[in-house]
Structure formats: C-alpha cells, structure tokens
Design a protein around this ligand. Structure first.
Ligand code: BEZ
Length: 214
C-alpha cells in the first residue's frame, strides 16, 4: 500500500516491548512518529535506536510519541535493548514493535523487495493528531537517519498547524517564517499585529510566532 501525505494512517494491533498496542488508541490525540529499522543486532540500527532514546525528552516536549519497528521477535528486541544501552549509553525508553509476521510493514509499505525481501527499509512516518500522515521519508539500510532533522520538521509542522505559517529553506526554530499564501494581507494584519516584511506579494516574512520577536 502506498501511503500519501494527508491519508489517514492504517490502524493495527501489534506486540511491542511494552506489551500489546492498538495503534490509533496508543497515539491518542497527539502527534506520533512510527519508524522502521532493518534488523536487530546491526550496527547502524544500534546507533539510531540509542539516538532516539537520547532525544526522547525532545519528542516528549513537543507532545510526540515515538515507536520503532522491525520484523524481529519481541524477545530479540529485549536482548538487543541491552546492547543498545551498553554501547550507546541510552537505554530504550520507547516501544519497539515486533512485526515478525510483517503485518504492519506490509500495511505501511516498509518492505521494498528490490532493496531487500526480508528486511524493512528505514521508513519514518510523522502522524498528526488527526491521524493523518504529515511526512514520510525512506532511507536505505546503509544510511543512518538524522533524528534532529525529524525534530526540526516536527517544529515546522506544528507551527503550520497552529499559526498558518510555512518555514523557508534551512529554517530552524527561532528563525523568521513565511505567511502562507492562503492568508490574505487583511487576515494577516489580525494574525500578525507586529507586522511583516513583504519581499514580493507572495513572499511575506514574519518573526516566528511564540518567540520574543514574534
Ligand atoms: C545496519 O543497521 O547497520 C544495517 C542493517 C541492515 C543492512 C545493512 C546495515
């Protein structure tokens, strides 16, 4: 199945390192990140899982639940978790789905047979409180992801959801943002009483709402 931005993400039940879950119920009414990794006891995956554990407080601060997945058994997840804590200095502090029957991988299109028949690729799905897909990305097994970038994207998505602004190239938290084209100048006057800079009628720059400048 191809999941597209704006689609409602599939619901499922699964076994995890923290017990069985119903995915939509587990998400509740907040944001979520579901990510797959190819296989337990592999080097790149070990570094990624340690990094997500390190960044967990940053996901929590944004109201985002994180859950990992691979097609290994739950007992293997528990055994590997010891290695992650030992080698990365951060113990697993979020659930890992044991998708040994590939039910979830197939639902979300995480197995790309021309890359590998047996392992999931490195997929990331960012899901909004409305259960709709806000972002997806796919990396090959050999390239570890940058989870600071996932946090940066979440900051952008959450700003858009709350303030009708978009974020420009290389934007990071605290930088100026862009008033989305669907907001008229008239409406912008109410939303951004501090004013904005019109570079072109379609390119209106404003301080990030919620910061000292905005
Ligand atoms: C890794 O995590 O290092 C890895 C996993 C599967 C294939 C290649 C690398």
């Amino acid at each position: 199945m191809t999941l597209r931005l704006g689609d409602t993400v599939p619901d499922f039940t699964a076994e995890t390192t923290e017990g069985p879950i119903h995915f939509h119920e587990w998400l509740g009414d907040g944001w979520g990140v579901l990510f797959s990794h190819p296989k337990n006891f592999t080097p790149v995956c070990t570094t990624e899982l340690g990094e997500v554990a390190r960044l967990k407080p940053a996901f929590d601060a944004r109201g985002v639940k994180v859950i990992g997945l691979s097609v290994d058994e739950v007992k293997d997840h528990h055994a590997w978790a010891e290695d992650i804590a030992d080698t990365q200095g951060h113990a697993l502090n979020f659930p890992l789905i044991a998708d040994h029957d590939r039910k979830v991988s197939d639902l979300y299109g995480m197995i790309h047979p021309n890359a590998s028949d047996t392992m999931t690729v490195r997929s990331v799905f960012v899901i909004g409180p409305d259960k709709k897909l806000k972002l997806s990305l796919t990396y090959p097994a050999s390239t570890g992801r940058n989870f600071e970038e996932i946090l940066r994207v979440i900051d952008s998505l959450q700003l858009t959801a709350k303030h009708a602004v978009a974020t420009p190239v290389n934007w990071k938290h605290g930088d100026d943002v862009i008033i989305v084209p669907s907001v008229s100048d008239e409406a912008a006057k109410e939303k951004f009483p501090g004013g904005w800079k019109t570079v072109r009628p379609y390119l209106r720059i404003v301080a990030q709402p919620g910061t000292a400048k905005g």
